[in-house]
Write a protein that binds this ligand. Sequence first.
Ligand code: GCO
Length: 459
Amino acid sequence: MNDFPKDFLFGTATASYQIEGAVHEDGRCDSIWDTFSHTPGRVVDGDTGDIACDSYHRWRDDIKLLADLGVNSYRFSIAMPRVMPVENGPVNERGLDFYERVTDALLAEGIQPVVTLYHWDLPQYLGDKGGWLNRETAYRLGEYAGVVAARLGDRIHTYTTLNEPWCSSYLSYGATEHAPGLGLGPGAFPAVHHLNLAHGLMTQAVRAEVGERSECSVTCNLQLNRGDADAVHRLDLIANRVWLDPMLRGYYPDELFAITRGICDWSFIQDGDLEQIHQPIDVFGINYYNTGLLAMSDRPQFPQSTEASTAPGASDVDWLPTPGPHTEMGWNIDPDGLHDLLVRVHNDYPEIPLIVTENGMAVADTLETNPDGTKAVHDDLRIDYLRRHFEAAKRAMDEGVDLRGYFVWSLMDNFEWAFGYTKRFGIVYVDYETLERTPKDSYHWYRRLISDRRIPDAA
Ligand code: GCO
C-alpha cells in the first residue's frame, strides 16, 4: 500500500538569492538583499549571496541531483533583478533565458517546475522608493509576473506569487532581521497590505497569460501557536488571517482592525483593493517548521527584539520558551503542529487544496570521508525530523485534508538569510570552499520515500 497518491507532488525547494550567486552577471541589478548582506552587522560573519551555491553556473548539476532523487517537481524562485534590472527599462532577455533553460531542463527530466515569483530579492531601485511601504511596488510586481508568465507560459506547473509575506513585511519592516530591516513595529502594516495587493495583481497577470493551464498559488508561513487562548487568537489574526481572509475570502477580519486600533488606522487600503486581492487560486502553500507558545502580557513590547516585535498588534502577547528538542535554529520540533495546522486551514477554508511548500531542519552536519575516499553526511536527526513530519501530513490526509504535495527545504545547504552560511538545511551538503555537492543520508532516505510513495520505517 502506498501512503501517497500517484499524482502527489514530491519535491525540494530553493530560492534564487539563497543559491544562485553570480550577482553581477548577465545584467542582474542589486536587490535589497545584496544591499542588506553587504551592510556590516546585518548577516552573521558578513556572509553574502555573492557566490552562494553558484547555482547560476551549476544548475545542470543541481538538476541532475533532482533527477537522481526522483522528485516529480522542484520549487525554485525567479529573481526579479535578473528579469527587470532597470527601472522602467526593457525586460532583460538574458535573465529570462536562464530561467527558461532551467525550466526546459527540468521538464526534460520529467520534473514539474513550481515557481515562486517573489522570494524576497526585491530590486534595489524599488527598495529606494520605499520598497513594500510603497504601494507602487505592488504594481511593479504585477507587471513582472506578467513578463515571466508570457515567456514561460504553461511550462510552469504552478506559479506562486509570494513566499512568506509575513517575513517580507513584519520581519523586514516591523523588525530588523530581514532586508531592509527598518524596525518600524506597527509601521509594517502598509507592507502587509501592499503584499496582499501584489499577490492579487500578480495572480491576475499570470492568469492573463496562461489562463487555467498553470496553477496559481501563494505560500505563507502560517503559525500554529499553543498556550493562552486569547494570545493564540490574536496572533492568528495578525499572522494568519491577515493573509488568508483577504486572499481567499476578500476581506480583512473586523477583529484585526479592532486589536490594532491605536497602532494602525489601515487608511492605506483603497477602494477596490480587496476585489483585486481576492482572486481565485488553485492551491495554497504552507511553509512549516515549528510552533510557538504564547501568553498574554501586560508589558508594552514595542520595540523589542523577540519574535513579538515582528507581530505588531500582538503587543500584549509574550512568546514563551518552547519545550525541546530544538533544531540548530533554536526552533522546537513539533510534528503534531504540522498536522494541526493543515487540519485547521482545511476546516476553515475547505475549498482550497493545500501543499507543504517547505519543511525541513537545520542540523550541524559534518562531512565525513569514507575509507574509499567517497564522502558522506550521516544526518539521522534530519531523517527523523522529516519522517515524523511526513507522517503528520499523512495523518492529516487520512483525516480528509486535500494535500497535493510536499517540498523539502532544501535541496542543498544555502545562504540562510541573516544566518548566512552557518545553518545547513540541505539534503545535499555544499562545501562552500569547493562548492562540491554531497548527497546526505536524508537525500537517500527521501529517494526511497518517493520511489515507494511510502514513508520508510524508523531505523
Ligand atoms: C523561509 C524561506 C526560506 C528559508 C527557510 C529556512 O521560510 O524563511 O522560505 O528561504 O531558508 O524557511 O529558514
